[in-house]
Design a protein around this ligand. Structure first.
Ligand code: HEC
Length: 120
């Protein structure tokens, strides 16, 4: 392949990546605000570090998601955002639409992603 062709392909790939992230993230998330939302509304179930071991977790039949597990880790931002927005049926994870703005949901998602990349 000609070097120029390689460049062209790289540009195509980069462009595709940029386009796909725009949908989930229309603006850069505010991690500090995300952390605040998490501490206020999510930590009691999902735990300090996102292992699903918050103080409220023990009393729940359906245990809160551990964001480090492979199943969650591999999900797209879109999918997790949808869960935050609409909740999980028949589980204590209710919908946050109405309580959180779009921006807050994206911020808290970014914080969840950060937690999922960190250890204990
Ligand atoms: C009352 C406890 C509780 C609270 C509070 C709570 N969650 Fe959950 N969450 C759950 C449960 C239970 C599940 C579903 C269990 C599962 O997916 O294995 C869940 C699932 C999720 C998932 C989906 C994970 C996946 O892999 O699909 C995300 C993302 C999530 N919660 C984010 C949040 C955020 C963000 C907040 C705060 C705004 C929050 N949760 C507050 C209990 C809670």
């Amino acid at each position: 392949m000609q070097p120029a062709h390689v460049c062209f392909f790289l540009l195509l790939i980069l462009n595709a990546l940029a386009m796909s992230s725009v949908k989930a993230q229309d603006y850069p998330p505010d991690l500090v605000r995300g952390e605040g939302v998490y501490a206020r509304l999510c930590r009691s179930c999902h735990g300090d570090k996102g292992y699903g071991d918050g103080p409220a977790a023990g009393s729940l039949t359906i245990v809160p998601a551990d964001f480090h597990r492979v199943r969650s880790f591999l999900k797209s931002d879109e999918e997790l955002l949808r869960t935050i927005e609409h909740g999980v049926v028949f589980s204590p994870m209710h919908a946050w639409r109405g309580q959180l703005t779009d921006e807050e949901m994206q911020d808290v998602l970014a914080y969840v992603r950060l937690l999922s990349q960190q250890g204990r």
